[in-house]
Design a protein around this ligand. Structure first.
Ligand code: PGA
Length: 248
């Protein structure tokens, strides 16, 4: 069985000086029993990857384009991300779905490009507050899951993150029952589609994960780790979450 995954998404935060926290994490979690991933902004990828080379920490990007190369000003290809030394890429984060209109089809194409480049995509899904209030959360998740996870996915080549939009950066989290319900649905759908490989795909919860709520979230069935935003920016905040997952 694969280890659980503590992933940090720095979003548009951090300069080279911020990478010092990687040394602190590497030292504190040399014997961690979970995988540790940090996804800094693109300009920091190569430096970060070189810095963690002989540590248990991995580095990921926050998006990539589906094309191999070409006239796409401002975009970065999966191969460029891999070339920088990263091993993972977050795809379809709700902030990108909202700001850049990334559709399920585009996210799926990006996941294929990432996989072809040797990266592990972390495909993000999540319902809005209005959809949750209207009782449509499960429907929305099922539809995003089938649309944004490409054919041929497996436990070794893809991770899925459930991030309810209303829980991101708000300090609000779903009830443990709500998390369990969504994760069970994702597990069932992935297993129906990919068999044992679907059962092996790691399912992260994301949205206001903090040291104070990590233990109860990691105890929910089918939660294989977390995608952490704000609390991944400093070692002081991220370390206790990693410890909790490592000991869970
Ligand atoms: P948050 O962000 O932990 O700051 O809520 C999570 C995310 O957007 O990945």
């Amino acid at each position: 069985m694969q280890q659980r995954l503590a992933a940090g998404n720095w979003k548009m935060n951090g300069l080279h000086e911020s990478l010092a926290m990687l040394d602190t994490l590497a030292e504190a979690h040399a014997a961690a029993k979970c995988e540790i991933l940090v996804c800094p902004p693109a300009p920091l990828l190569a430096t970060a990857a070189a810095q963690v080379a002989s540590t248990p920490i991995s580095i990921g990007a926050q998006t990539c384009h589906e094309a191999e190369k070409g006239a796409n000003t401002g975009d970065i290809s999966a191969q460029m991300v891999r070339d920088a030394g990263a091993t993972h890429v977050i795809l379809g984060h709700s902030e990108r779905r909202a700001a850049y209109g990334e559709s399920d089809a585009v996210i799926s194409a990006r996941a294929i490009a990432a996989r072809d480049a040797g990266l592990i995509p972390i495909v993000c899904l999540g319902e809005s507050e209005a959809e949750r209030d209207a009782g449509q959360a499960l429907q929305v998740i099922a539809s995003q899951l089938v649309g944004s996870v490409p054919d041929g996915s497996s436990g070794a080549t893809l991770v899925v993150a459930y991030e309810p939009i209303w829980a991101i950066g708000t300090g609000k989290i779903p009830t443990m029952e709500q998390i369990a319900e969504v994760h069970e649905l994702m597990r069932q759908d992935l297993t129906a589609r990919f068999g044992a490989e679907g059962a092996a795909i790691r399912l992260l919860y994301g949205g206001s994960v903090k040291a104070g709520n990590a233990a109860e979230i990691f105890a929910v069935p089918d939660v294989d780790g977390a995608l952490v935003g704000g609390a991944s920016l400093t070692a002081a905040d991220f370390s206790p979450i990693i410890d909790t997952l490592s000991n869970a």
